[in-house]
Design a protein around this ligand. Structure first.
Ligand SMILES: *Cc1c(COP(=O)(O)O)cnc(C)c1O
Length: 407
């Protein structure tokens, strides 16, 4: 081993020693040492292996939006597990077909259209972005393949999604990155305009930069991007992996700006914890894909789409956007009553509390965890909140009380 490898190995050994009392756990050390080992969840609550109770105001990063162990989703998964798990894409199954129709209906209706697009199922947010980047390249054609995205963005960890991610420090260890990506200043239309030339196929944006610190794109910016993309014949691709499925108080984050995107990426909350993602594109754009251009063994697998179908149907039945709007207002108003919170930003139930600059958000998050509140330090001075849509007022009050104790 080289010295660098020896050091990495030693570090990974230290990390595995901390793995909840399991020094034999063979996880690769990409995530750092986990702080708690959770065993079970119910609604907003989690319990660790020692039986200690926590309030989950993070939802596995905006994933379990309907809470843990939702009985209807659990039953849908169990039923599908006893019926049909998987058949491959040489064939189809009724669950995937129905789920694709539901996703297309939701996206299309969000800009007042009907059956406007087509859907490709995948297993994660990064995969949805990979598929979207390939689609943009095929749509643009030779010489028109560049994808422009924003500094501070996050689009995933696979190579092309990482190249689109506007965080150069994450690229550095894996250079050279795939060619054909460009980054511009977020929320700055002049910066975007200056980057556009004949080689640009698509603009890829989040409507709220989640990993970047819960920074919303302004309505004017999104509308100006839409206008510019239309004028230049460039695709507007919206990464709704974190913001999609009602998290921001609308079905999709782009609805806040009243725009119609050409391509939409979805994942996180789609299966309430079952790994599934989707790429949606208008029929015109999707039609450039031909058999063999893209695929995935697990695309549209019955067990994952059954979870997504149940999740989406529950969200429709509860009018999730309205619920999220109301609870988001309640949570942000209560966060504003805390002395050390200088700003609350975000949309719906995707919020960040900016703390006084002398407070270290990662340390505060650890102290909150000790007292039973799960959130995360999304930047060095801001905490991210993404509680389930089913969170009660009493649970919000309990979380605020824990914050007041720590702060
Ligand atoms: C989490 C996230 C991704 C990556 O999703 P994975 O499922 O982790 O691959 C992509 N884009 C956005 C906006 C995200 O928040």
């Amino acid at each position: 081993m080289t010295e660098k490898q020896t050091h990495a190995f030693a570090t990974s050994q230290t990390a595995t020693k901390l793995l909840g009392g399991r020094p034999d756990c063979p996880f690769m050390p990409v995530f750092g040492a986990p702080q708690v080992m959770f065993e079970r969840g119910q609604g907003t609550q989690l319990w660790d292996v020692n039986g200690k109770r926590y309030l989950d105001f993070l939802c596995g990063i905006a994933v379990t939006s309907l809470g843990h162990s939702h009985p209807v989703i659990a039953a849908a998964i169990a039923h599908q597990a006893n019926t049909l798990l998987h058949v491959s894409n040489f064939f189809s199954n009724p669950v995937a077909t129905q789920t694709a129709m539901m996703v297309d209906k939701l996206v299309s209706e969000s800009f007042g259209a009907k059956n406007a697009g087509q859907v490709f199922f995948c297993n994660s947010g990064a995969e949805a972005n990979e598929a979207g980047i390939k689609l943009a390249r095929k749509f643009g054609g030779r010489g028109k393949h560049v994808v422009v995205s924003a500094l501070g963005s996050f689009h995933g960890r696979t190579l092309a999604a990482l190249a689109a991610t506007g965080q150069p420090e994450k690229h550095e260890p894996f250079a050279p990155m795939p060619e054909g990506f460009r980054h511009v200043v977020f929320n700055d239309i002049k910066s975007l305009e200056a980057s556009l030339d004949a080689s640009v196929a698509a603009v890829l944006l989040e409507t709220v930069q989640g990993e970047g610190g819960v920074i919303p794109a302004s309505v004017e910016y999104l509308q100006a991007v839409r206008k510019l993309c239309t004028e230049r014949g460039i695709l507007m691709m919206i990464d709704e992996v974190q913001t999609g499925f009602a998290r921001t108080g609308k079905w999709f984050g782009f609805e806040h700006a009243d725009i119609k995107p050409d391509v939409v990426m979805l994942a996180k909350a789609m299966g309430n914890g079952m790994p599934i993602g989707a790429l949606w594109a208008t029929k015109e754009v999707a039609s450039v894909f031909k058999p063999g251009d893209h695929g995935s063994t697990f695309s549209g697998t019955a067990i994952a789409t059954a979870a997504a179908r149940a999740t989406i149907q529950l969200m429709i039945d509860m009018d999730a956007p309205a619920v999220v709007q109301q609870k988001g207002e309640e949570l942000s108003a209560k966060l504003r009553t805390i002395n050390s919170v200088v700003e609350v930003r975000g949309r719906g139930l995707l919020l960040a509390a900016e703390l006084k600059p002398e407070l270290d958000a990662k340390k505060i998050a650890t102290q909150l965890l000790d007292l039973g509140l799960v959130v995360n330090g999304v930047t060095s001075h801001a905490l991210r909140f993404a509680p389930p849509f089913t969170v009660s007022s009493a649970e919000i009050d309990e979380a605020i009380e824990i914050m007041k104790v720590v702060l």
